[in-house]
Design a protein around this ligand. Structure first.
Ligand code: PDD
Length: 283
């Protein structure tokens, strides 16, 4: 049984309980992060903590990330659960108060918890075969740059992909791709440029996306942060997604059409390797 963190305590996973009045539960009034762990060490911890602060500020949830000693909490969870490879989920909600659309009085303590999930991240069989993707309208709210727990639409789209026998969905506005249900979307053009959607309210500023842009630029690849259409992605040389749990994952099919030769792209796999190497070298 796992040891989890809840409001300052380390408890067995089945002892971790939150109020039925928690605003995370009633209003999705909570933000979260998912960090990955390789060799018992967290990847991109500073960037994830910076985004947590940004999400909290976006939601005006009063919670001091720096004062909470997240490096200590995460290290304790890794040790208590002997986590070598996997992810840690952490969530901060506005706290519990009798149900009311209006926010509770200042001083209501936020509800804070975190738990580990052991899983293979590097040896993911999907990296060998590549992902098959459907596109669907992006019907999420307009502040996708804030990492809230409002994930119902993403969850429904993943179920739709599963029912159709494919791996995931890329969300689109008109014919322009915003991002994956839980990843950022990227393509490599026939000229060899890496294209990914520019930042704004329409997508989550992915931590992996940012690291990968640096890696790509350092290896001489031209990076274009701009909108791209379904047709451009289908006609691209390669396509992939980035996320904390998938790292860099090739996409080989979009709406039934093969991308490139229908196999994981060479540039994509080189970027995946470079990302993993860097994560192992500088957690
Ligand atoms: N999802 N876009 C969305 C909508 C996401 O939910 C995520 C992450 C990303 C990639 O961000 P990052 O590289 O920082 O993980 C992009 C996490 C993994 C999840 O919800 O499980």
């Amino acid at each position: 049984m796992r040891t989890v963190y809840l409001n300052g305590q380390y408890v067995a996973e089945d002892a971790g309980q939150v109020s039925i009045f928690d605003r995370g539960l009633l209003f999705s009034d909570a933000v979260y992060e998912v960090v990955s762990v390789l060799g018992g060490r967290i990847i991109d911890e500073t960037a994830h903590m910076a985004r947590l602060e940004r999400s909290l500020a976006g939601m005006t949830i009063a919670y001091d990330v720096a004062a909470a000693d997240w490096p200590g909490i995460l290290a304790t969870l890794i040790e208590a659960n002997a986590l070598e490879e996997g992810t840690i989920y952490l969530q901060v909600s506005r706290g519990a108060a009798d149900r009311d659309f209006l926010f509770p009085a200042p001083g209501t303590p936020p509800t804070v918890f975190a738990f580990t999930q052991a899983r293979k991240l590097v040896d993911n069989p999907m990296a060998e075969r590549g992902m098959r993707i459907l596109t669907r309208p992006d019907r999420r709210w307009g502040r996708r740059d804030i990492k809230t727990v409002q994930l119902l639409y993403a969850s429904m789209m993943k179920m739709e992909a599963k029912a159709a026998g494919v791996d995931d969905v890329w969300l689109v506005e008109g014919d322009v791709i915003t991002e994956g249900t839980s990843q950022n979307a990227c393509i490599i053009t026939p000229q060899g440029h890496l294209v990914t959607r520019d930042l704004g309210h329409h997508i989550l500023p992915g931590v992996t996306r940012l690291s990968l842009i640096d890696i790509a630029r350092a290896s001489g690849i031209t990076v274009e942060e701009r909108p791209f259409t379904i047709a451009e992605a289908q006609g691209a040389a390669e396509a992939f997604v980035t996320s904390a749990s998938l790292f860099v994952m090739p996409v080989v099919e979009i709406d039934g059409l093969s991308v490139g030769d229908g196999r994981p792209g060479m540039e994509t796999m080189a970027l995946r390797k470079a990302y993993i190497d860097q994560a192992c070298a500088h957690p």
